[in-house]
Design a protein around this ligand. Structure first.
Ligand code: GRF
Length: 205
C-alpha cells in the first residue's frame, strides 16, 4: 500500500491528499477526537487511534505507533498536523519515507506559532514547507516550498489561512513526486527528476 497519514486535529492537509487521489491506505491519530478521522472514515479509509496519553513514555508511544503504521506497509508516511515530537528511533525506522508539512519557510520559524512569530518578526514573505523528517525538529531536506506575501493589515489567522491554501497545493504535489519515484536526495538538497518547480509563488507566471 502507498501512504499512511498521521494527524492530530482538523486534518485539512490529509483531506487535500485524499482529494488529490493519492492512495491513502490509513489515517492514524494520537487523539480519538481528531476531526479529520470523520472525513477519512466517510471516505472508507481505515482509521486508527494510538492515544499518546495511554503510554508512560514517549518511546513506548512511538513503538506502538510504528507497529500500527507497519501493519499497512506504507511506502510513505505523511505527518499532517501531527502534534507529537517523534523520538530518534522512530525517525530512524522510517527515515527517507517520512515527510512533514510545516507552516513556515524553513529554516525560518521551526516549532509552533509560526504565523504569530512571522508577524512579530516583520517578515514580508512567509509560507510553508514540505520536508523529509530527520531527528532534528523541522530541519530535514526540503522538498517543496510555497511563498505567500505578508500584508500590512494581516492578523495571524488571516496569514494562516493564506498559507494553508498553499499547504493544500504543495503537500499532494510532494507526495505524488515521492510515490512516482521522482525525488533524489543529495545531502540536504532534494531534486525532482523532470525538473518540476519546487517553489510555488501563487500569482507568479
Ligand atoms: C497545518 O498548518 C500544518 O502545516 C501544521 O499544522 C496544521 C495542521 O492543519 N503542521 P490540518 O490538520 O492539516 O488542517
Amino acid at each position: 500500500m502507498a501512504l499512511v497519514v498521521l494527524i492530530s486535529g482538523r486534518g485539512s492537509n490529509m483531506r487535500a491528499l485524499v482529494e488529490a487521489e493519492l492512495p491513502v491506505s490509513a489515517v492514524i491519530s494520537n487523539l480519538a477526537d481528531a476531526q479529520g478521522l470523520d472525513f477519512a472514515a466517510q471516505r472508507g479509509i481505515p482509521t486508527r487511534v494510538v492515544e499518546h496519553r495511554a503510554f508512560p513514555a514517549r518511546e513506548d508511544f512511538d513503538r506502538a505507533l510504528a507497529a500500527e503504521i507497519d501493519r499497512f506497509s506504507p511506502r510513505l508516511i505523511a505527518l499532517a498536523g501531527f502534534m507529537r515530537v517523534l523520538t530518534a528511533p522512530f525517525v530512524a525506522r522510517f527515515e527517507g519515507r517520512l515527510v512533514n508539512i510545516h507552516p513556515s519557510l524553513l529554516p525560518a520559524f521551526p516549532g509552533l506559532h509560526t504565523h504569530e512569530r512571522a508577524l512579530a518578526a516583520g517578515v514580508k514573505v512567509h509560507g510553508c514547507t514540505v520536508h523529509f523528517v530527520t531527528a532534528e525538529l523541522d530541519a530535514g531536506p526540503i522538498i517543496v516550498q510555497a511563498a505567500v506575501p505578508v500584508r500590512p493589515a494581516d492578523t495571524a489567522s488571516a496569514l494562516a489561512a493564506r498559507v494553508l491554501e498553499q499547504e493544500h497545493v504543495i503537500y499532494p504535489r510532494a507526495a505524488k513526486w515521492f510515490l512516482d519515484g521522482k525525488l533524489a536526495v543529495a545531502g540536504n538538497a532534494v531534486h525532482v527528476k523532470g525538473g518540476d518547480a519546487q517553489l510555488v509563488i501563487p500569482g507568479a507566471a
